[in-house]
Design a protein around this ligand. Structure first.
Ligand SMILES: Cc1ncc(COP(=O)(O)O)c(C=O)c1O
Length: 428
């Protein structure tokens, strides 16, 4: 008798869906497709030669350790390199504050596992990172979704949801995924003070902070938390857990990220990580350390900034040239994405299908809302915010492809805009 697997799935798997983006990645493999859909780095800037040399060095000089099981917290020299690197951005973590994870995505999963009981509320931005929603959904999270604008999370709308006692806030201050916006300095201070006043911790997800193309670096929440609140005993206490990754600065295929937290939280997360994968690949950590050391990471980040700044500018220029004036978009100061807003009444899923026919892909905004973009704090129930947005990635396509892709996308958008105007007129 064959097993009825589906009847045996645990209750927490109910309602789980595959990531819209990972599904999309399959469709966009099609030849001739120009994709603004994924969050993929440019493969032409992967430092392949440096990786080849690092692999050779690790295997000839240190194979007995690099191919062995390792500590759950991670390879010490790599944790130290990360701590030193973060210190330059004001984040003064000690090695015992750093846990290496299998990408930031695992960090999000471990955080969900540590903090979320089914039915607990997590405060998120609207829109927010889809992968975080996916990670937290498994643990039965409910959401308080607070709108953001061009200056990031609307801190003026935070008090009521904070008073209702969410387990934590999940915030992306730098070059947000998906909106490309940056939380202003004033709002950063406000957020940290509110977190302290209401006793609600913050999970600060920062994969893009180093990829700034214009303007000054703004202090991380984890830094402000320490400074504003005069926490003088380092990261043994604090309201902020900070996450980052090598995915956008070295290569996402490494699957290497990290968590900065007080040591007792790191200890608990390490116990949970043991149940998941014992530790992140030792070999990968050794190789990443060899690649990143002696200032290579810094010089490589400089190169990436140049390449992506140019691509961002080409996309902004093409949007200006090809899109009709009723369409608006964000001007990201860094990161990989910008966020396009279409007039109300446009069917974004229909635009998406037309765009695919024209061989250009993006991610419809609906994917990035905790409640399908329909039930956010301060918005009416029938107001589907996500329905009129597109997330566009500018790191992966070449400048020529970006221009051509935006031209195709503009044609798809214009076709639907004229249809929705006809629909509106018929209604009137
Ligand atoms: C905001 C955010 N957090 C986490 C991740 C996951 O990154 P990683 O590749 O380190 O798992 C991403 C990836 O795009 C991201 O955009």
């Amino acid at each position: 008798m064959s097993t009825a697997w589906t009847s045996r799935y645990a209750a927490r798997t109910k309602g789980l869906t595959s990531s819209a983006i990972r599904d999309l990645l399959k469709v966009i493999q099609k030849p001739g497709m120009i994709s603004f859909a994924g969050g993929l780095p440019a493969p032409d800037v992967f430092p392949a030669q440096r990786f080849a040399e690092a692999c050779h060095k690790v295997l000839t000089e240190n194979a007995s350790q690099a191919l062995q099981y390792g500590a759950t917290e991670g390879y010490e020299p790599l944790r130290e390199l990360i701590a030193n690197n973060m210190a330059r951005y004001g984040i003064k973590a000690r090695i015992e504050n750093v846990l290496i994870t299998s990408g930031s995505q695992q960090a999000l999963d471990l955080i969900g596992k540590l903090f979320i009981n089914a039915g607990d509320h997590v405060l998120v931005e609207a829109p927010t990172y889809l992968g975080a929603l996916q990670a937290f959904n498994v643990y039965g999270a409910e959401y308080l979704a607070v709108p953001s604008d061009e200056n990031g999370l609307r801190t003026d709308l935070l008090e009521a949801p904070l008073r209702s006692g969410p387990k934590f806030m999940y915030v992306l201050p730098n070059f947000q995924n998906p909106a490309g916006t940056t939380l202003s300095e004033g709002r950063r201070h406000e957020l940290v003070l509110l977190a302290d006043r209401y006793g609600i911790p913050i999970v600060e997800d920062d994969p893009y902070g180093q990829l700034r193309y214009e303007g000054e670096h703004l202090p991380s929440l984890v830094v402000l938390d320490r400074e504003n609140l005069r926490r003088d005993n380092g990261y043994s206490i604090g309201n902020v857990i900070y996450l980052s990754t090598f995915s956008k600065t070295l290569a996402p295929g490494l699957r290497l990220g990290w968590i900065v937290a007080p040591p007792e939280v790191i200890g608990k997360l390490a116990q949970l990580k043991q149940g998941a994968d014992l530790h992140t690949s030792t070999f990968t950590q050794f190789v990443a350390y060899e690649v990143a050391r002696d200032g290579f990471l810094d010089s490589h980040v400089k190169l990436i900034r140049q390449v992506y700044r140019e691509r961002r500018d080409v996309m902004l220029q093409a949007l200006q040239e090809f899109f009709p004036p009723v369409v608006t978009w964000t001007h990201p100061q860094g990161g990989l994405f910008l966020w396009v807003t279409l007039p109300r009444g446009v069917d974004i899923e229909a635009v998406f299908r037309t765009a695919l026919e024209q061989n250009v892909a993006f991610v419809p905004g609906t994917s990035f809302y905790a409640h399908d973009g329909r039930r956010n704090e301060g918005r009416a129930d029938d107001d589907c915010e996500g329905c009129r947005h597109m997330r566009l990635n500018f790191s992966n396509a070449t400048p020529e492809q970006i221009r051509e892709g935006v031209r195709r996308l503009a044609a798809a958008v214009k076709a639907h805009l004229s249809q929705s105007i006809v629909r509106l007129e018929l209604k009137l």
